[in-house]
Design a protein around this ligand. Structure first.
Ligand SMILES: Cc1cc2nc3c(=O)[nH]c(=O)nc-3n(C[C@H](O)[C@H](O)[C@H](O)COP(=O)(O)O)c2cc1C
Length: 184
């Protein structure tokens, strides 16, 4: 079973990174082959709403804005399960998470039940390292995204500075359980 853990903070040693590491550990413990991607290491730009608003994403389910999105899209299509970890910025996903999920949604949601993510489990993690606010609004938009691409909400996990210690345990357990359940 192949799991991809996608994180989206510029910090390599912050709360978001710790959450991603916990997910990687849990999935590996359950025997999954795990790939970790840091979106901030890639060049994945914003959706350009090409042409009349729909570019090739509607008819071809591919994005015509050429950057690191295309190879990542190809990898994501082949995964069996997903963990998305974002820092909370303004009560929303980080810009790198938003850019990637927006473009992926256009390509996959337009496939409806044939979406490459259809029925596959997703764990969404919102890491609020500042005031601790905005986790729920961030998770709301992640939940909507999961629905749009027809994936399955395995868990939605809010984390802040005060809950860090026990939420890292929960993320690890969630990833482990997700793999165990999917390979049963
Ligand atoms: C532009 C911006 C907006 C932010 N908005 C929030 C917020 O709404 N709530 C919050 O708790 N933290 C907020 N933060 C703090 C981040 O959530 C915190 O930096 C996050 O945990 C990322 O830290 P990390 O990169 O070390 O994981 C914000 C940070 C930035 C840079």
């Amino acid at each position: 079973m192949n799991v991809i853990v996608i994180s989206s903070s510029p910090n390599t040693d912050g709360l978001t990174a710790a959450c991603a590491t916990a997910a990687v550990q849990g999935a590996r413990e359950a025997g999954a082959s795990v790939e970790e991607i840091r979106l901030n290491d890639l060049n994945v730009g914003m959706c350009e709403a090409c042409d009349n608003g729909w570019g090739t994403c509607l008819p071809d389910h591919e994005c015509q804005v050429e950057d690191d999105f295309q190879p990542l899209h190809a990898r994501v299509r082949g995964e069996d399960a997903y963990v998305l970890v974002t820092p909370v910025y303004w009560g929303e996903m980080s810009e790198s998470a938003k850019a990637f999920t927006d473009r992926l949604r256009r390509c996959e949601a337009t496939l409806r039940d044939a979406s490459h993510l259809a029925g596959k489990p997703v764990i969404a993690v919102a890491a609020a390292g500042g005031s601790g606010g905005g986790m729920i609004t961030c998770l709301l938009s992640m939940e909507r995204w999961i629905d749009h691409v027809r994936a399955r909400k395995f868990d939605l996990i809010p984390v802040n500075r005060w809950s860090r210690e026990y939420k890292l345990v929960a993320i690890r357990e969630a990833a482990r359980t997700m793999v165990q359940e999917a390979t049963r």
